[in-house]
Each structure stands twice: as structure tokens, then as C-alpha cells.
Design a protein around this ligand. Structure first.
Ligand code: DGL
Length: 284
């Protein structure tokens, strides 16, 4: 199969040089991209935020799967050698559909890595999971955690308002704290969890407010670092690791709307300045 002029079925040097595609509904997936860039400094990345259709978390599985297939089609057309679904909601509902539609494209989701991080962090096996409505209602974190630790107890809670707060860049301060208090302020007292999975890629930027609300006894984990480990292992298994980069940009950004906002708030997520002109607007 030829993608962007490169035969990706051959493990050629050229196909190893293709970027890794990463997508999310918005800028939340940048928390995963950052971990990927740190873990895999020799790789190049193409990030797509489907900002025109955010949030995914309150939409039906059918719609989110349609969006995920469209974002993947565009990334594939641009030429990516591996796909990271940097969105828990899309991973939960469309990982199987994407793997079925692109059997020759290695696809990594964030839920199994997030579940692994939680199982490794928890001593008691009492694990809380917060995410979008769709992720929590679908129960995929609970299934993955129980697969790894059958004796675990999993307590899910949906926190949909965290997504617009993060997209607005209101990550700290009184409003973030009040919302966090409302969602998770009683979680520890009610369940005795020792670990809380931030099961939405937008949530790590609200880490401070969530930690304050849930209390110091609870350890917060997310899927970013373990996802980067999964991607590393997949690249090695597939024999598609890039050679050390000598020059060129490590990452390019695409968004379906709001390039200025993407750059402004994305700078907070990435801890490095992004410029509006660095974000290419695309239609899906
Ligand atoms: N960042 C996404 C996730 O990890 C979803 C946010 C949304 O669009 O609702 O679930």
C-alpha cells in the first residue's frame, strides 16, 4: 500500500521516517504528545485536534467512531506509520473499528496504558477513574483494570465540565477548584481509593485542582507516560523506529477549527510556545 508516495507495507528506511499520527478531540491529547516527544526524541509527530467537533465525551459511540475514522483517514493520507488515539473517549468506542479499517497501521490507544499505570500505582487495589460521560458509562477502564488485577475495586465518576475548563485554559484558580470539589471532593471518603486515574487526556492540566479536592492520600495517575512506553515497544516490534533526527521540526499541528485558541491554550499544555501560524486548519 502506498501512502504519501511511500510503500508502507515495506519496512523501508523511508517508511521509518514517516511521522507518528496522534489525535484527540482537541488539545487534551497534547498531554500525551508531550510524553511521546520526551520518550521518543528521534521520532516526528503529526498531531490533529478535532476542535470543530469537541467535545467527544457527550456524543454517541456512532458519531465518535465516524469522527475517529475521518481523522485517521486524513492522517493516513498525510503519511503516518503508527497512530496514537490520544483520547480516552475515542479509544473506548473506536479502537476496534480503526484497527479493522486499517489492518496495516499499528494503532495504540490510551486506556490499556492508563489501566496499567493505575494497577502499578495502587497498593490497595481500590482505584477511582474519572473521565468523560462516554468513557465512564462504557466501563472500559474497569474491564482493563480487572483483567490486570481481578481483585481490584473500581469506582468511576464522570467529570464532563473539566473538558471545557481545560480547553479554556482555566486549569488552576477558584473555578477549577470548585468544579473539582463538586466532582471528586467526597470520592476518597466514600470509597477509600488510594489511586485515581485521570481517564481523559484533558485532565492532567487540572492536576492541582483535582489533587486538592481529592486529598493528599490519593495518588493521581494518567496514561501519558505508559502510552509512550507502549508506542516505543510497538515501534520496536514492528521494526519501524526512526534513526536519530538530524534536522527538521519534531512536530506539526493540524486542527479543524480555532487555530489561535489551539496555539494559545496548547502552549499551556505543552509548556512551550506555539504560534497560530504553526497550526494548519483542515476539513475532515
Ligand atoms: N480528551 C478526550 C478524552 O481523553 C475527550 C474530551 C472530549 O472531547 O470530551 O476522553
Amino acid at each position: 500500500m502506498v501512502v504519501a508516495g511511500v510503500d508502507v507495507t515495506q519496512k523501508s528506511t523511508e517508511s521509518c521516517l514517516l511521522p507518528i499520527g496522534v489525535f484527540d478531540s482537541g488539545i487534551g491529547g497534547l498531554t500525551v504528545l508531550k510524553a511521546l516527544m520526551e520518550r521518543l526524541p528521534q521520532e516526528r509527530f503529526l498531531y490533529l485536534g478535532d476542535t470543530a467537533r469537541l467535545p467527544y465525551g457527550s456524543k454517541s459511540a456512532r458519531s465518535v467512531t465516524r469522527y475517529a475514522l475521518q481523522t485517521t483517514a486524513l492522517l493516513r493520507q498525510r503519511g503516518v506509520k503508527l497512530l496514537v488515539i490520544a483520547c480516552n473517549t475515542a479509544t473506548a468506542v473506536s479502537l476496534d473499528a480503526l484497527q479493522g479499517a486499517y489492518p496495516d497501521l499499528p494503532v495504540v490507544g490510551v486506556i490499556r496504558p492508563g489501566a496499567l499505570a493505575a494497577c502499578q500505582a495502587s497498593a490497595s487495589g481500590k482505584i477511582g477513574v474519572i473521565g468523560t460521560e462516554s468513557t465512564i458509562a462504557g466501563g472500559s477502564y474497569e474491564r482493563e483494570i480487572l483483567n490486570m488485577r481481578p481483585e481490584a475495586q473500581v469506582f468511576g465518576r464522570s467529570c464532563p465540565l473539566f473538558v471545557p475548563l481545560a480547553e479554556e485554559g482555566w486549569c488552576t484558580g477558584q473555578i477549577a477548584r470548585l468544579v473539582a470539589e463538586q466532582y471528586v471532593g467526597t470520592l476518597y471518603a466514600e470509597t477509600g481509593i488510594d489511586t485515581l486515574v485521570l481517564g481523559c487526556t484533558h485532565f492532567p492540566v487540572l492536576h492541582q485542582a483535582i489533587q486538592h479536592a481529592v486529598g493528599p492520600e490519593v495518588r493521581l495517575v494518567d496514561s501519558a507516560r505508559t502510552t509512550a512506553d507502549f508506542v516505543h515497544d510497538m515501534l520496536v516490534r514492528q521494526d519501524i523506529c526512526a534513526a536519530p533526527r538530524s534536522q527538521g521540526r519534531q512536530v506539526s499541528f493540524l486542527a479543524t477549527d480555532g487555530g489561535e485558541r489551539f496555539a494559545r491554550v496548547g502552549s499551556l499544555f505543552m509548556d512551550q510556545p506555539l504560534r497560530t501560524e504553526d497550526v494548519e486548519l483542515v476539513d475532515l
